[in-house]
Design a protein around this ligand. Sequence first.
Ligand code: HEM
Ligand code: HEM
Length: 163
Amino acid sequence: MQSTQSYSRTQIGLHWAIAGLILLNYVLSEGMEDAFDATMEGKVVAFGITPNLHVWVGVAVLVLVVVRFAVRLVQGAPAPMGTAFADKVATVGHWALYALMFAAPVLGAVSWFGGIDATAEWHVLVVNMLMILALAHAVVALVHQFLLKNGTMLRMMRASAPK
Ligand code: HEM
Ligand code: HEM
């Protein structure tokens, strides 16, 4: 995978847009379990705006994640800047985040559009794993920025060349 000087503007924009939409959809998930159960029982769902908004914000996340993954494969990423061990942990963590943010909406979509109960439980489990890993990821980024003062946050805020 090629090493670049910095993440591109596109990559930075997609990182923050996806993070924001995932957080928004977590908040917008209240009542989804009841809405899904009611739909599975063939009832007409009347739970305000939740099902539609949750479903379409989630589908938007999925589309953006696919675009982001393709951009990442084409454009690469800046070289890591820690010790060999820390860089390995970061690489594994980042690919795990990619896998979870792809799997979470896919499982939701398979459950909702396919009417499959089994994948709904996996959807919620994977979403929770994603939220825990994303929280740990954010804490590590902030520790690097404010305690170790190595400018990590700037890597996801400033592109050195317009792309
Ligand atoms: C990455 C974006 C997403 C996040 C963060 C997310 C988050 C959540 C959460 C936290 C719940 C549990 C709600 C509860 O306990 O009532 C939930 C449930 C659900 N979500 Fe999502 N979701 C996402 C994407 C999607 C998509 C794309 C779909 C469908 C197209 C979807 C369909 C569902 C369904 C059907 C349930 C009910 C599952 C059950 O019965 O346990 N979600 N979602
Ligand atoms: C749902 C939320 C989030 C997800 C799914 C996520 C995911 C990711 C992924 C996959 C990467 C690796 C980029 C690549 O190699 O292509 C990354 C990088 C990064 N993220 Fe996040 N992120 C989230 C939230 C946050 C938050 C809240 C912060 C800061 C408070 C943050 C700060 C960073 C930084 C600084 C990098 C660059 C790390 C480096 O290359 O040294 N992220 N993020």
